[in-house]
Each structure stands twice: as C-alpha cells, then as structure tokens.
Write a protein that binds this ligand. Structure first.
Ligand code: NAG
Ligand code: NAG
Ligand code: NAG
Length: 618
C-alpha cells in the first residue's frame, strides 16, 4: 500500500516555540506498508533538515530552536518505494525574549548644553518583536515607544536645566521588562548677561572710599568666573564656585573715574554686562590765596584781586573770601580751577585775608595772607611854635608838620622859601618836628612836605616874621583864646603885625625895602594863616603888608646891645603894630615891653581910620 495523507505536526503544537525549547517535527502517514523513508525540509530556504527510515507510519525529528533563524516554513515527505507523498507546510516560529537594553545619551558636543537637542537611545541586542521601550528620568516614566523591528527606540529632547538627572530605559516583548543601566546627564546652562552694580558707602564716590563692584549673572551653571574691567583694563577676577555673583573691592583714587563693566564666563562664552559709569569726587585741597595789586604796594582806592585756587578738587568748587573772618563774598568755579574776587581798597581793608574752597566734602581754608593798605599822606599842616609871642633871632622855633592821614613811614621835609631846611622821618606815623634856631634871615614863608612814597603833599605856606626885639615870654599871645580866633576876622583883631628888616650891612643905616616882604606881591591874601592846628600855635606870626594904608607904622630903633642880641647886632628894626585896646583879654598882650633892660625904643602905634572894606584886616 503506497503512503498517503502525509501530515507534519510539531511538538509543542502550533509550531510556536520559545528560543531554546525542544522542537519536534512529527511526520506521519495515514496508510502505507513496509519500510518508509521520512524527509524533513525547510520550504523558505529549500534546505533539507533531516531524514529517517523506519517500519512505521510516524517519525519524529528534533531540531534546535535556539534563535529566530530556526523559524520558517517546514514540510515533510514520505516514501515506501511505491511513490513519494508530501505534507502541507507548517509555520514554525521561534520567539526570543528581549535582552537587557542599553541606553545611550548623545549630545552634539562633549557637554550637554541648554538649548541643544539630545537623543536618548534604548536598544536590546536580542528580542523578538514587538518590543516596547520605556524611558525614565529618575523614576518618572517619560515616553514609551514600540519598536517593530530590532532597531531599538530613540527619544530626542531640547535640553533645559531641568533635563539634568539620571536616565534609564526598559525593554519588554512580553516576557517581562528588562531595565538598562542608569545614565547621568548634566545640562550646562550658559551664563546669562551679568549685571554690574557699584556700591559706594555714600551718595557720591569720594577718593579713599572703598567701592564694591558686584557682578551677577541671573543664570548660568557653576562655576562662573567673573572678570571686572575699568576702561577695558582688567581690575581683577573672582570665581563663584557654586553659582551666584562675585565681588571685588576697590579703594578709590582720582583715576578711578570712568566706565566699568564685568564679564561672566562658565566656559560657554563670556557675557558682558552693560557699562556703568563712576565719577570719583576729589575733595578740594587746601586752597592758595593770592592777592594781586596793581602796583607793589596796595594803596587806598586800588582794586585788589583776591584769587583763590585749590590745586585739586572736583568741580563745582565754591570759594569764599574772608577778611579777618568776615565774609567778603563768594564765587563759584563750576568747572574747577580757581575763582577771583575784586575788592576796592579802603584803609579798613588792612589785615588778614583768607579763602575757603568747598565742593561739598568739607571746606578747606587757605593760609592767611596779610595785606597792608597804604594810605597816601594827606596834605600836611605846618605849625610854627616859638617860645614867646614873637619870634626873635636866637629863638628856637619848632616847625611841626603833620599829615592827618597817611601810612607810615612818612618822610617830612621842611622848606624855607623853597629851600630845604631838613628832613624828619616819622617811622610810625604822626607828625614830625624840626627845630630851627632863628637868625634874621629866617623871615619868610615856610612850608613842609609829607611823603610816604605815594607822592609828596605840600602844606600851605606859613609866613614867619622875626622881630629884632626880645619879646615878653611871660605869656603867649593866643593862650586861652578860643575858636573865635579861627576866623580871619578874629585873628586880625589880635594880630601883631610885625615887619622886620635887617640891614644888609652891619652898622649900616636903616633900610626900608618893602618889596622884600613875602606877601608884597599879593595884597589880597589874608594876612593870617588859618590852619586846623592853629589852636596849638601860641605865637602868631604874620607877615605884614607894609603897603596897606589902614595901619600906622612906627619906626623902632634898637641901640647896640652887645651879646644880648648876638644874632642881630646893630640891627635896626621897624616895628609895626596895630593896637586895638578895646578887644578883650588879648588887648593886654599888646604891649611890646621888653624886660631885662633891653635897649629898645617903643613907639605907640595908632589905629588909622579904617575904610569899611578893609575892616577885617585892621
Ligand atoms: C568688600 O567690602 C565689603 C564692605 O567692607 C565687605 O563686606 C566685602 O566682604 C568686601 N568684599 C571683598 C571681596 O573683599
Ligand atoms: C577783577 O579785576 C581784574 C582786573 O581789572 C579783571 O581782569 C577781573 O576780571 C576781575 N575779576 C572779577 C571777578 O571781577
Ligand atoms: C625841638 O625843641 C623842643 C623844645 O625845646 C623839644 O621839645 C623838641 O624835642 C625838639 N625837637 C627836635 C626834633 O629836636
């Protein structure tokens, strides 16, 4: 009986087997006699798997089922010498459990940087499809992915700081998940643009202050290296090993004004802050005060320029000027430098000057500068003092010259008829005197000059007549005579009008030469010299105008008297006297008595009838 109805079966049934399990291919025939040869084939590859000959209608072949390579379509044939019969094909599948997957993290560079795309890849070397891959960040499942083929699964992310941490994945194809090793990922955050802040102890940054420069990037993975710049020159650097900002301290000098910036760098590119400008205020230094006068000496009326200047100090600087601690004024230097103040000098402006410079950081005061204001000598007043009411040859008359104002030292010069008699210095001001021992030649006009270097001032002329007689020294003419005497009229009443003429030749005849009288040339001039210091001038000498018609002159002769009048021997005097007995106490003084037996001839002087116009002069 030929073989028929060949059938292929598997153990286990259905052709499904786990890798490594026993797989038996059972080939059987329904009919057939004798010895039968069984063959097993793989249809998809055409290879022969094995054969067996036995007197049986059923044969078994065990084949290895290690991997998927053994999966395929199988069939068998049988032959007992009466014709070959074939079975249908049977699918054999070998299922492989997934192996432990491997997780790989890939980034574009060596470091994982925020913003980059990173890829996580999970792959099991072995394992039959379908494999389900699952990614984990720490313990948190991220995303699952089913891979129909053997390529594994991938997962891409754009990195943020939050993506730092540990990663793992699992693979599962139905026989229990397999977990990969854990991988760490550190996402580096580039430093953000830092902010620079300057902290000063007070509102203004002043030389000597310590200013703290703080640089801080809001974001950025540590460690961050901070660098500080002043006008592009590195001041220093400081590292923040665990993030945050960094500081450096700077002790300010005047050179530290300018622009500051800082830089943050954690290896992913330096970031620069915006520029911060710092202005360092320099306190005003002690100022120097200079006084500029138009000439060597400071003279009343001059304008002196006070210049105050601090060598250093940030503008604006306010300058104040002081005279003896009294503020004179102030002046501002808005852009630095010094300031000036002009002062018109008066005598009271002598003394110490100082100035202050102040730019808000404490006023600095200069050293004091002394200024002496020179007052020009005023027109001096010349007074003549004689021992008695009249001046006689041999008397010592004191010429006193005094300028009411004028800075010392004042040089006084005395003149007789424009001929210098001598000098006298008043080193500490006041007046000066000059003593003159009279000779007959000393009649005439006297004047004096006061000079303290600013132009000589000349007094008015004071005339002196010298009597040939020795006058009474018992009293002085003007003693006790008060202000009424100051007027020309009053003076005139009391005046002794003397006219003295010395003969040119000894023993010669009396001569009369009225033209030599100093006042001759100007009959209109007052006879008396009106000076403020007149009250002190006891004897009043006056020249006389012999031509005046309202007085009566008498001629007086002296007799030779030997040594009593050595200064004027053989002199002939012409005494001219106006006598007005009715006029008060002075009237009694109008005697020209000379005691001590002088050989003088007195003559009465009479008052002539006065024309009205000439009354004051009588
Ligand atoms: C800078 O000075 C401040 C105040 O004196 C101080 O607190 C800070 O520690 C200093 N910083 C540095 C870096 O020296
Ligand atoms: C002071 O006077 C000088 C000279 O006349 C003049 O140059 C200067 O400008 C004046 N200064 C002030 C502040 O008035
Ligand atoms: C001038 O004489 C008077 C009186 O004799 C005397 O007091 C005075 O000191 C003298 N002055 C001078 C400068 O000699």
């Amino acid at each position: 009986i030929p073989v028929s109805a060949v059938l292929l079966e598997t153990q286990p049934q259905g052709g499904q087997v786990l890798a490594g399990e026993r797989l038996v291919l059972v080939c059987s025939v329904a009919e057939g006699t004798g010895d039968t040869t069984f063959f097993w084939h793989r249809e998809d590859t055409g290879e022969s798997v094995g054969s067996k000959r036995q007197r049986s209608r059923r044969a078994e072949l065990e084949i290895p089922a290690v991997g998927e390579s053994h999966a395929g379509r199988y069939y068998c044939t049988a032959d007992n010498g009466h014709g070959l019969a074939r079975s249908g094909a049977l699918n054999v599948t070998v299922t492989v459990p997934v192996s432990r997957p491997v997780l790989t993290l890939s980034t574009p560079g060596a470091r994982a940087v925020e913003g980059q795309r990173a890829t996580l890849h999970c792959q099991a070397r072995r394992g039959s499809p379908c494999i389900l891959y699952q990614f984990y960040h720490g313990d948190v499942p991220l995303r699952s992915s089913s891979a129909p083929s053997a390529g594994g699964a991938s997962f891409s992310v754009t990195l943020t700081a939050e993506h730092s941490g540990t990663y793992s994945c699992t693979a599962d194809n139905g026989f229990g998940p397999q977990r990969s090793d854990t991988k760490s990922l550190f996402v580096t955050v580039p430093a953000s643009r830092p902010v620079l802040t300057l902290r000063t102890p007070r509102t203004r940054a002043v030389v000597g202050d310590v200013v703290e420069l703080r640089c801080e990037a809001q974001r950025g993975s540590p460690p961050i290296l901070y660098r500080f710049y002043h006008e592009d020159v590195t001041l220093g650097s400081s590292s923040a090993p665990s993030g945050g900002g960094a500081s450096i301290n700077l002790s300010l000098t005047a050179k530290h004004s300018g622009n500051y910036a800082c830089e943050a760098n954690n290896g992913l590119g330096a970031q620069h802050s915006e520029v911060v400008t710092l202005s360092v205020t320099v306190p005003a230094s002690r100022p120097i005060l200079t006084l500029r006068t138009p000439r060597t000496r400071a003279v009343v009326g001059d304008v002196v320029e006070l210049r105050c200047e601090a060598q250093s100090g940030s503008p604006p600087i306010q300058y104040r000027f002081y005279h003896e601690d009294v503020t004179l004024g102030s002046s501002s230097a808005p852009s630095g430098g010094g300031a000036s103040f002009n002062l018109s000098l008066t005598p009271e402006r002598s003394g110490n000057y100082a100035c202050e410079a102040d730019n808000g950081l404490g006023a600095q005061r200069s050293e004091a500068v002394a200024l002496g204001v020179t007052v020009p000598a005023s027109r001096p007043v010349l007074t003549l003092r004689a021992p008695g009411a009249q001046a006689f040859p041999g008397d010592v008359v004191e010429l006193r010259c005094e300028a009411q104002s004028g800075s010392p030292p004042i040089q006084y010069r005395f003149y007789h008829e424009d001929v210098s008699l001598g000098n006298s210095l008043a080193p500490s001001g006041g007046g000066a005197s000059f003593n003159l021992s009279l000779t007959p030649e000393h009649s005439g006009n006297y004047a004096c000059e006061a000079d303290n270097g600013l132009g000589a001032q000349r007094s008015e002329a004071v005339p002196l007549s010298i009597s040939g007689l020795t006058g009474s020294r018992s009293g002085s003419v003007a003693t006790g005579v008060a202000g009424g005497l100051l007027s020309v009229v009053g003076l005139a009443v009391l005046a002794q009008l003397l006219y003295y003429r010395l003969p040119r030749r000894a023993g010669g005849r009396p001569t009369s030469d009225p033209s030599r009288s100093p006042s001759d040339s100007d009959p209109q001039e007052p006879t008396y010299y009106n000076v403020p210091g007149w009250m002190e001038l006891q004897p009043v000498y006056s020249n006389v105008n012999p031509k005046e018609g309202d007085v009566v002159y008498s001629e007086v002769r002296t007799i030779q008297e030997g040594n009593r009048h050595a200064a004027a021997p053989n002199s002939t005097l012409r005494l001219l006297q106006t006598h007005l007995p009715s006029h008060g106490p002075a009237a009694s003084q109008q005697r020209l008595s000379r005691p001590q037996g002088s050989s003088v001839i007195y003559s009465q002087v009479k008052v002539a009838p006065l024309p009205a116009s000439a009354a004051p002069r009588s």
